[in-house]
Design a protein around this ligand. Structure first.
Ligand code: ATP
Ligand code: MG
Length: 345
């Protein structure tokens, strides 16, 4: 075998993450992802790149008339939550063709056996997997391309995306091995904070998702105060009062979830929240939670509304972000094509 192609001994600390504009942003997206994005932007020491992954969204059918607006609305949600387009690169995926270009190579690197283990595909395809799109199945290879087109070293995500970031590492390692190179980094998932897996308000065994058919299952960043209060009032619970410690919430997924949301919104640990809440009935706790959620989310939804009123400004931000993104991705993807023996650009 020929000597390894040594490309890079150290990678620039670089953060990449994305959210699909497959519906409105939820409290799960906010606590599990967007707040983390802002945190990593504020921490400094990283270049931060955040993406509305609209090409992932079409792995299930999206109304074309709605998709572009959902992309703008999600971008507004990022900015309203504190992602600063002056300090982070913010753009939508379909403006940067390098993602799809690299994804093709990764489709040829990833193994069917790996893809067959992906739980998100099983969850989303459901019983009728034969009718799911090929794109939904190949989704993790496109996600690996999103990340590795930037040689990203860190990816902040919710718990549900851990498996896909691990697959990204497997793809990078196999590419490096198969082509005798060290071109792609071993990206680290960053799964931090109190609420890495916010659950559905209707079913404590399912995660909160923007694509859940029931709007009552989630809190949207655009919900008004009355809607938030109603959804929390109707959230599934059990008849017991809240216990003294977080440990005692084991086996009570719905109760745990509401306490978890309360803790995350008040920036406390679960145990700290329990000291305040111990002994409370849901009749007492739910209005407190609703008030806190409204207090935290109302300024974000007001700012989102203001930003989405000026679509030209959002489009300008996304176009500029895409230019900055391409400056990083184009040479990396060109080099990946050369390594494989394809004609690069
Ligand atoms: P969809 O139902 O269309 O898959 P989603 O709500 O799962 O939408 P994604 O765009 O798939 O949102 O995920 C964006 C980011 O939000 C990912 O980092 C994901 O891990 C995180 N995330 C999604 N749902 C939750 C949740 N319930 N709790 C914590 N993090 C979440
Ligand atoms: Mg998802």
């Amino acid at each position: 075998m020929s000597a390894p192609v040594t490309e890079s001994s150290a990678f620039t600390p670089r953060v990449f993450s994305g959210i699909q504009p497959s519906g409105g942003l939820t409290l799960g997206n906010y606590l599990g992802a967007i707040q983390r994005f802002v945190g990593m932007q504020e921490t400094g020491g990283y270049e931060t790149i955040y993406c509305l992954v609209d090409m992932h969204a079409i792995t299930v059918w999206q109304d074309p008339a709605r998709l572009a607006d959902a992309t703008r609305e999600a971008a507004a949600g990022f900015i309203a939550s504190g992602v600063d387009p002056e300090r982070s690169i913010l753009f939508n995926q379909s403006r940067v063709p390098e993602h799809a270009q690299l994804a093709w190579i990764f489709n040829c690197v990833a193994r069917l056996g790996w893809m067959n283990r992906m739980t998100q595909f099983k969850d989303k395809a459901g019983k009728n997997a034969e009718a799911a799109s090929l794109g939904l199945y190949a989704y993790p290879a496109l996600m690996a391309a999103d990340i590795l087109a930037y040689h990203a070293t860190h990816v902040p995500v919710g718990e549900d995306q851990k498996q896909h970031v691990e697959l990204t590492r497997d793809i990078a390692a196999k590419f490096n091995h198969d082509y005798g190179t060290d071109f792609f980094p071993m990206t680290e998932p960053v799964i931090e904070g109190t609420a890495t897996r916010v659950m559905s308000l209707r079913d404590g065994s399912k995660k909160m998702s923007k694509s859940d058919p029931s709007d009552m299952s989630r809190i949207n960043l655009t919900d008004d105060a009355d809607t938030i209060a109603k959804k929390i009032r109707k959230a599934k619970t059990d008849p017991e009062p809240l216990p003294e410690t977080a440990k005692e919430l084991d086996g009570r997924p719905e109760a745990r979830n509401l306490v978890n949301i309360y803790a995350a919104l008040s920036e406390r640990s679960m145990d700290e929240a329990m000291t305040e809440l111990a002994g409370q009935q849901f009749g007492q706790f739910k209005p407190m939670l609703a008030e806190l959620a409204v207090e935290k989310l109302a300024p974000i939804s007001t700012e989102m509304k203001r930003l989405t009123d000026d679509t030209a400004e959002i489009d300008r931000i996304l176009a500029r972000g895409a230019e900055q993104a391409r400056e990083i991705a184009a040479p990396i993807v060109k080099r990946a094509y050369e390594i494989v023996g394809l004609s690069a650009g």
